[in-house]
Ligand binder design. Sequence first.
Ligand code: FAD
Length: 465
Amino acid sequence: MDRDIVILGGGPGGYYAAIRAAQLGAKVTLIEKENLGGTCLNLGCIPTKALYRNAQILNTLKNIDQYGIYVNDYSIDIPKIQERKENIIKQLVEGISKLMEANKVEVIYGKGIFKDQNTVSVTLKDESQIDIKGKNIIIATGSKVLVPPIPGADLEGILTSKEILNFKDIPQRLIIIGGGVIGIEFATIFNALGSKVTVIELYNHILDKVELDLSKRLTVSLKKKGIQIYTGTAANKIQKENNNFVVYAQGKKGELKVEADCVLLASGRAPQVEGINLEEIGIEFDQKGIKIDENFKTNIDHIYAIGDSIGKKMLAHVASHEGIIVSEKIMGIQSTINQEVIPDCVFTFPEIASVGMTEQEAKNKGISYHTSKFLFGANGKALTLGEPEGMVKVISNEKDEILGVHIMGPHASDLIHEGALAVGKKMKADDISNIIHAHPTLSESFAEAILGLKGEAIHMVPSKR
Ligand code: FAD
């Protein structure tokens, strides 16, 4: 048994685990059936954010006259958009490959399945097979698209998040089934590209895990931009009629029939747990993911699982952090992970980012809490950017500790990390308000929201006593 650690899957979970273990002196082999970087780099976070940037520029162009600039004409070159996206992916994937080499991680390209509890059998690209043995094995096989059980969901031409990324034409009308993060991100991208977008969401709100104040505001904002949103509505049949797709749904106001040239299924993802012989070697799992303990250990002592494969928070940065922690644990470092402090971002216009408790969660837990909101409309930097929409909302407890931070506005996904520090370190409002925030910055809005907890925000009209 010559490897200390064998890793199945080279996404953000697997490749972070590989590098950290190698840094700690382990002999590591990583097995990847497609491309290093996994869903995140190849089909998820990175390609969507490349397209998000296109959408952002288009949105700016649409409102460019507010800056005193007039652009008479512009056009969209889809092959160029695709080329730019592919080049970014290529650069990042090659970068990881070089990092693997530099860290002396052996990478084997092929599909791995368990042969026994210490051996992974790999079918290489040329169909030959090799057996790889490891003292420890980390499963990081990620997740797959969950196709909803709607009649017609398997019709030819219906898209998932994978196919839509490689669009060759901009659909005139696009129906998105699912108003979660992936669905809403694509809705805003294709809205900016000029599609007439309709979102059908089963729950009563889009982005149902996001602070209600923000998801409601975003809904209004998206509707103003022309995105049709049906919440509390169940899509129950898809049909092809006269070369178009027709989605039949049951909504609050009765039956709904929506027609479009494209349908995107964005109603969820499921852990990738099939086809690797988990059952045969006795690893416990179900459709929600591989079962693990607090050390990411499966029921078999030297086999671990991380990332989307365990079906908890399906986010790239969570998978990566788990990769680091699990390798440290295997190498004898007792690291811990704070599951309460996970920043969550939605790349819409405006962006949304959250960390810690929502107001609803505080209420449900019976915690006595305070909230404060500061609007970006009163922030100088947001006005200079021409992006005054949104706010920072903070939630604190009776001891003045910051429990949650929720931001909707420009660069929310970058601003959230001050909130993550505050929540993670159980900082009190005074710990933050005593730190000078530079002017003019968007971060001043966070400081003002914190001051607002005690009614001391400077750029907020005092509430009537
Ligand atoms: P994956 O990235 O899925 O990697 C698993 C790897 O294992 C894959 O490369 C796969 O080929 C390989 N593999 C599987 N089975 C085998 C096998 N038997 N043998 C060998 N190799 C195998 N998250 C964010 O945090 N931010 C975002 O903005 C974001 N945007 C997203 C947008 C979309 C459209 C999608 C679909 C996802 C997005 N995500 C985002 C989620 C993010 O991509 C995942 O949470 C993350 O990739 C999970 O990492 P992972 O390493 O667990 O799995």
